[in-house]
Design a protein around this ligand. Structure first.
Ligand code: NAD
Ligand code: GLY
Length: 360
């Protein structure tokens, strides 16, 4: 299958999507021949896929330096970053070395940030192995670690040289993680593509059953949509914010419960229902369309209601959001299915009501 492209001038890069790409030495060769490649991954993913990736990289002429980090959101931290940098220096990696991120969004965000700052920036390749990473986090160059006061509060825009998404890796993904990835797929439909929403409504069962043709289409369409947005607004000065639909509420859910209690995609799912409620209350979305938002999320086996935290706690946690401007919260609202807008002029009463309407 032809690769997609993220068009960013001399920083443009391909997104390869297919089955069996992990072992394809030719796919890596243009980037890695005669170079040191630090493969950043975690123990779970390493046990499943590191050997195959290492073999293919070596066939392509690379010297491979495996760098293992802890599993889970807590790995997106200064301490892990320091250990990755230390491993690179100990292995005599330099400015011509590459980082290859093999894993989900945690590995990708952390390894990408390490690539952004190591010796003022080196190249990196994303090899995403979760659905969420294949449809969202590996594309677009957002890299970050968390701060105790907030998620993704330290980071950089640093685009990869290539994304290589092998949908066969999704075979081993736990069901809950698969569903969390489906939340971000659905998000792309809601904000950008009404036909994709129709397709998702008809094919959600196939995605949950891991039908490879359906998964490949979902990954490809998501990446196409995201690539268009990133090409138009790489640094999120405007349009790109729509990719955060549901995330203002979702981040509050994640932070309020403690990171890891709900998966990111689960929190975004309930957050999208709240954002759709807010859109109805603000008058931009018809009730029947908000019902379709909630129904699709429910069919995906994702939560349509947020945890029962006090409304004031939601509001306080939502203040730690990168979309806050001049101290005011801003929200992504739907103006119909497949069309979204960023709004900062909302009546706080409507925000409260929308949360109340969608908590357990
Ligand atoms: P994750 O990276 O924690 O992976 C989920 C779990 O699946 C982990 O336990 C991981 O070890 C395991 N795993 C990975 N691949 C596997 C496979 N093929 N088979 C079996 N197990 C596998 O979580 P995630 O959902 O991929 O990513 C979440 C992170 O992504 C969050 O930190 C979020 O902030 C970030 N994110 C970033 C962006 C961005 O644009 N940079 C966008 C969305 C989310
Ligand atoms: N995940 C949202 C973005 O990349 O902008």
């Amino acid at each position: 299958m032809q690769p997609l492209s993220v068009t960013l001038g001399d920083r443009s890069y391909p997104i390869h999507i297919g089955v069996g790409l992990l072992d394809d030495a030719q796919r890596y060769a243009p980037y890695v021949a005669s170079r040191s490649v630090a493969v950043v991954t975690n123990k779970i993913v390493a046990s499943l896929y590191l050997e195959r990736v290492q073999r293919a990289l070596e066939q392509a002429g690379a010297r491979v330096v495996p760098v293992l980090i802890e599993d889970g959101e807590r790995a997106k931290a200064w301490g892990t970053l320091d250990r990755v940098i230390d491993a690179l220096l100990a292995a005599r990696c330099g400015r011509d070395s590459l980082i290859l991120a093999l894993g989900g969004g945690v590995v990708g965000d952390l390894a990408g940030f390490a690539a952004a700052v190591f010796q003022r920036g080196i190249g990196f390749i994303q090899v995403p192995t979760t659905l969420l990473a294949q449809v969202d986090s590996s594309v677009g160059g957002k890299t970050a670690i968390n701060h105790v006061r907030g998620k993704n509060m330290v980071g950089a825009f640093h685009q990869p040289l290539a994304v290589i998404a092998d949908v066969a890796t999704l075979d081993t993904l736990p069901d809950r993680e698969l569903r969390a990835g489906i939340a971000e797929v659905i998000k792309h439909g809601f904000v950008l593509d009404p036909q994709f929403v129709d397709w998702l409504e008809a094919n959600i069962g196939k995605l949950l059953a891991r039908d490879r043709t359906a998964l490949s289409h979902a990954v490809r369409r998501s990446c196409e949509l995201k690539a268009q947005v990133v090409a138009a607004d790489e640094r999120e000065t405007g349009l790109r914010a729509i990719l955060n639909f549901g995330h203002t509420f979702g981040h509050a859910i994640e932070a309020g419960l403690g990171y890891g209690e709900w998966l990111h995609g689960e929190a975004v799912a309930a957050g999208m229902v709240m954002a759709a409620e807010l859109s109805v209350r603000t008058g931009t979305l018809r009730r029947e369309d908000a019902d379709r938002v909630a129904a699709l999320i429910a069919h995906a086996g994702l939560p349509v209601r947020g945890p029962k935290l006090p409304i004031e706690q939601y509001l306080e946690l939502m203040q730690v959001d990168k979309k806050v401007s001049g101290g005011r919260l801003r929200f992504i609202l739907l103006e119909g299915l497949g069309r979204a807008t960023l709004r900062g002029d909302l009546d706080p009463r409507l925000v409260r009501e929308s949360i109340a309407a969608a908590v357990q």
